[in-house]
Design a protein around this ligand. Structure first.
Ligand code: F6P
Length: 551
């Protein structure tokens, strides 16, 4: 860590502790609005049609200066160039992180990853396009001659969450195929899907970067067996394709190379929905929709790569996070899309952000020495208002919220949409303004409450306010704006990697559980715990599970 970087961090952390010149707390937001009628104009930014409003945070001019200084000290500009030009930013795995190259139109050089990478990517896209057209046109059919009407994506983590989220966001009644997803290894999920599919009309995609993931391979075997019951072994194979970097394992599983759509190891799982992993999207939503999604992400890539730091949306979102996590000590963040179609966005962001930023050592292997990625959770509004928003309004620790608002719906029910938007705006407004004692008292008196009741309920009905939120506003939810939105979060994550000095592209933390599951699986098979192999709790629970299972 060099001195400039260390000093920049100290300044940010000090800004979060030191009262402002007017004596107000650096965590307070209301005084900033009171002092500056143009605060919204000053603290809202746009890229194409996407607007980001960070005015409802406690960042003032001094804090912003300290944060931008940190971004410069952390060499965010160099980092983003390295990312786009194929530097080994994922140093622990000695890999590049070239998800931007997937969105670069053929022939472009910016963020394209170089000619060799582009040739690979465009060749796979050409095959995906041809395959999609052949399936939609009926040139590729099921073993009994029927057209494919359903596409089942089997995968987990990044090989599932991105496709599920994007399908839910962009599917419409005119979409060419029905998309189904099998992620969890829990057989109940498979049983629920079974009733909705006919093997004769179902095309199955096994999505796995490594093609070794235990859950995905178990599900792939299960589904292959199900196809074979009706179609025979050869028929089952003709209903399957694979999306993977591991061509050898695909062949061993029985999927011929012409049905394997590869991608490079420079595409991380949680950044992979733009790659061959997006084939279920192209099939279910149509090739043009998939392309528009890539174009939206590309627009955000160009903004990220070219806009100055002080107007750069992903950088600003990352700096807001640093302000909340490191200057003010907030350890959680909620995401509330006010659009039911984005209901799987929080789950996708949980993987994108927590798998990327849940790190405790720097790239060099030293302790980070400060908090990193917050816990991310969320639900669509307004449903979220009736579950966890109580804690956000009145709990002990402020929880910054991302509100995502869409101006125009794709349904004709104008009143519902007005209610939706009014609630989204009201939540953000209420978090900021709160409700003070005098207002609560006046309201209760007006409603005719007696003095004793007022005194008793007063503390419960006060809202502290000054609780931060950011708002992202889109004119419509379409493939382009969806691409912009997801790429915005991807680049925010990459920027936070640079600011914290951690590797946002590896995920060693998921390995231990996978390793330990091996022996436990054996013991479950044998029906007998290995004595002394586990702590007493694990052994006790295993014994109890075996007893209950087998009794
Ligand atoms: O959960 C760990 C992880 O490696 C993710 O990063 C990845 O998205 C997921 O597992 C699935 O991996 P694969 O695509 O190789 O099956």
């Amino acid at each position: 860590m060099n001195d400039i970087y260390a000093e920049a961090w100290k300044a940010v952390e000090a800004a979060g502790r030191t009262p402002r010149a007017d004596g107000t707390s650096p965590a307070s937001i209301r005084p900033l609005f009171a002092a500056d009628p143009k605060r919204f104009e000053r603290y809202s930014f746009s890229a194409d049609n996407l607007l980001l409003d960070i005015s409802k945070t406690s960042i003032d001019e001094g804090a912003m200066a300290a944060l931008l200084n940190l971004a410069r000290a952390a060499k965010v500009e160099e980092w983003r160039s390295g990312l786009s030009e194929g530097a080994l930013v994922n140093a622990t795995e000695r890999r590049r992180a070239l998800h931007m190259a997937l969105r670069a139109p053929s022939g472009s050089t910016t963020g394209a990853g170089g000619a060799a990478v582009q040739a690979e990517i465009q060749a796979t896209f050409a095959r995906m396009h041809a395959f999609t057209q052949a399936v939609h046109g009926g040139a590729i059919r099921g073993a009994t001659g029927e057209r494919f009407t359903h596409v089942l994506n089997i995968g987990i983590g990044g090989s599932d969450l991105g496709p599920v989220m994007a399908t839910r966001a962009l599917i419409n009644p005119a979409s060419p195929m029905v998309a189904l997803h099998l992620g969890n290894v829990d057989g109940h999920g498979w049983r629920a899907l079974l009733a909705t599919m006919d093997p004769k009309r179902t095309l199955v995609l096994v999505s796995s970067k490594t093609f070794t993931t235990q859950e995905t391979m178990a599900n792939a075997r299960l589904v292959k067996g199900w196809l074979a019951e009706t179609l025979g072994e050869a028929g089952a194979a003709s209903h399957m394709a694979a999306l993977s970097t591991n061509l050898v394992a695909c062949a061993e599983f029985g999927i011929p190379s012409e049905r394997v759509f590869p991608f490079g190891d420079y595409v991380g799982g949680r950044f992979s929905l733009w790659s061959a992993i997006g084939l279920s999207l192209a099939l279910a939503l149509g090739w043009d929709t998939f392309q528009r999604m890539l174009a939206g992400a590309r627009a955000m890539d160009l903004h990220f790569l070219k806009a100055p730091l002080e107007k750069n949306l992903p950088v600003l979102l990352a700096l807001v996070e640093v302000w909340h996590v490191n200057a003010l000590g907030y350890s959680r963040r909620a995401v509330l899309p006010y659009d039911e179609r984005l209901r799987r966005l929080p789950a996708h962001l949980q993987q994108l952000e927590m798998e990327s930023l849940g790190k405790r050592v720097t790239l060099e292997g030293a302790p980070v020495g400060r908090a990193t990625g917050p816990v991310v959770f969320g639900e669509p509004g307004t449903s979220a208002q009736h579950s966890f928003m109580q804690l956000v309004h009145q709990g002990t620790e402020p929880v910054p919220v991302d509100f995502i608002l869409i101006a125009r719906p794709d349904h004709p029910w104008a009143e519902n949409h007005r209610i939706l938007l009014a609630n989204g705006l009201a939540q953000a407004e209420g978090l900021l303004s709160g409700k003070d004692e005098a207002t609560v008292r006046a309201e209760m008196e007006k409603a005719g409450a007696d003095a004793a009741t007022i005194e008793r309920l007063l503390p419960h009905r006060i809202f502290p306010g000054d609780r931060p939120s950011t708002s992202i506003l889109l004119p419509r939810l379409d493939p382009f704006s969806f691409g912009q939105l997801i790429a915005l979060y991807e680049h925010k994550v990459a920027t936070l990697g640079a600011l914290w000095g951690i590797n946002p592209f590896d995920q060693w933390g998921v390995e231990l559980g996978k390793q330990l599951a091996g022996p436990l699986l054996k013991e479950l098979e044998l029906g007998e715990p290995a004595t002394g192999a586990h702590d007493s709790s694990t052994e006790g629970l295993l014994r109890e599970l075996l007893r209950l299972r087998d009794e």
